[in-house]
Design a protein around this ligand. Structure first.
Ligand code: GLA
Length: 422
């Protein structure tokens, strides 16, 4: 075991060096400025648009097994999620046994996966989906299962042999590990397998991954864990689960780092997990405005028609998947009513009115009085000079042009999401 671990670590070091990583690394995780690493072996083009999928964690935590998950895969297809563009089926924490085997390999829990993980991955692939799995950079995962530390290349090879297409890599039990170095090691291990595996960094934004994760992985969490609450954080023992609005408010400051193959990840979706319809719709719309990865986290077998309608709204998804991959910027905020704008590849715009207040409001918006300007997200529009047609993404109706003042009621905790085109 110990020898194996040493071999893994030295191989990791060699691979990192040979990949051209200019070691300018911090030796601790303190507040020193982060230096962008040179990683020559980039991850290629595995996520030109934000990855879309489904993940076990938000609803099931570690209570997962093959029969449950097969039902979920079936629902993924029959509900239209796959046809709407969702692709990844990701097992989060809790898929393995509490110990590695005598060779130091991870083992899929035989009670949960009696046919083994390769058979389950084959099943997922047979449905036209991609298969994702979870582990952690520390000694143990957040739920206490064996972590990958010291086994990076061994675990990467195992995942590749199972046909894994996506790895979420967490940050619990990491002691004094340097985040950037740890993620680069695992990234190199994945690349060394020769299998394209999307690498999803999950260190909660603690070490500013937006400054160094481009080329290391395709997406990186920007915050702590989400909870199904619109605007109230939730204290759980010694940590705080974040509301949708708390997470949203952390995104504008890092908007400029978002783009193809390096996505700011504001965490998985809580649509269908207990918020109101309006709140779910607002949450989903704002994630689309951010060009965020879309990982549904609800029980797909039991979702209501409303939830399904939100998650599979192709017009909203098209805004999320816009190939420029720009994040939205908050243009104004007045009495809880915000206006967010995103530039689209076809020369159009997505505009989202968001009512965060506890009461309904009336939108009354004279476009020509609100030029949109924000250099970081490539925005420069003067409506007194150019006219756009308006299309409502949720009612799916054309609703006039920017020549006229826009007047509409908006419910509490809801959005009006428009696509503007010339
Ligand atoms: C962390 C992550 C979550 C989830 C759990 C699993 O909290 O941020 O998204 O993966 O671990 O234990």
């Amino acid at each position: 075991m110990k020898n194996n671990r040493l071999r893994n670590v030295s191989l990791a070091v060699l691979m990192v060096l040979s990949a051209g990583y200019a070691a300018n690394a911090q030796t601790n995780d303190g507040a020193a400025p982060v230096v962008v690493a040179k990683v020559e072996a980039t991850t290629g083009n595995l996520a030109p648009t934000p990855p879309m999928g489904w993940n076990t964690w938000n609803t099931f935590q570690t209570n997962i097994d093959e029969p449950l998950l097969k039902g979920m895969v079936e629902a993924y297809v029959s509900s239209g999620m796959r046809d709407a563009g969702y692709r990844y089926f990701v097992l989060d924490d809790g898929w393995m046994t509490m110990e590695r085997d005598q060779n130091g390999d991870l083992v899929a829990d035989p009670k949960k996966f009696p046919n083994g993980m390769k058979a389950f991955a084959d099943y997922v692939h047979s449905k036209g989906l991609k298969f994702g799995i979870y582990n952690c950079a520390g000694n143990k995962t957040c739920a206490g299962y064996p972590g990958t530390r010291g086994h990076e290349y061994q675990d990467a090879r195992l995942y590749a042999s199972w046909g894994v297409d996506f790895l979420k890599y967490d940050w619990c039990n990491t002691d004094s590990l340097n985040a950037r170095e740890a993620y680069i090691t695992m990234s190199s291990a994945l690349k060394a397998t020769g299998r394209p595996i999307v690498f999803s960094l999950c260190e909660w934004g603690n070490h500013q991954p937006w400054l160094w994760a481009k080329g290391v992985g395709e997406l990186y969490r920007t915050t702590g864990d989400i909870t199904a609450n619109f605007d109230k954080d939730k204290r759980i023992n010694n940590w705080t689960a974040l509301s949708v609005m708390t997470i949203l408010d952390k995104q504008p400051a890092i908007a400029q780092y978002n783009g193809p193959n390096h996505w700011n990840d504001p965490d998985m979706l809580e649509v269908g997990n207990g918020m109101t319809f309006n709140e779910d719709r607002a949450h989903f719309s704002m994630w689309c405005m951010l060009s965020a990865p879309l990982a549904a986290g609800n029980d797909l077998r039991k979702m209501s028609a409303q939830t399904q309608g939100i998650l599979t709204n192709k017009e909203a998804i098209a805004i999320d998947q816009d190939k420029l991959g720009l994040s939205a910027s908050r243009i104004s905020s007045d009495n809880g009513l915000e206006v967010w704008v995103k530039t689209l590849a076809d020369g159009g715009l997505a505009v989202c009115f968001l009512n965060r207040s506890a009461t309904p409001q009336n939108i009354s918006y004279s476009w020509k009085d609100h030029p949109f300007k924000n250099e970081t997200v490539n925005l420069d529009v003067d409506f007194s000079k150019v006219n756009y047609k308006l299309h409502d993404v949720w009612t799916k109706k054309d609703i006039g042009t920017t020549k006229r003042e826009f007047k509409q009621a908006i419910a509490s905790h809801d959005v009006v999401m428009l696509r503007l085109s010339k």
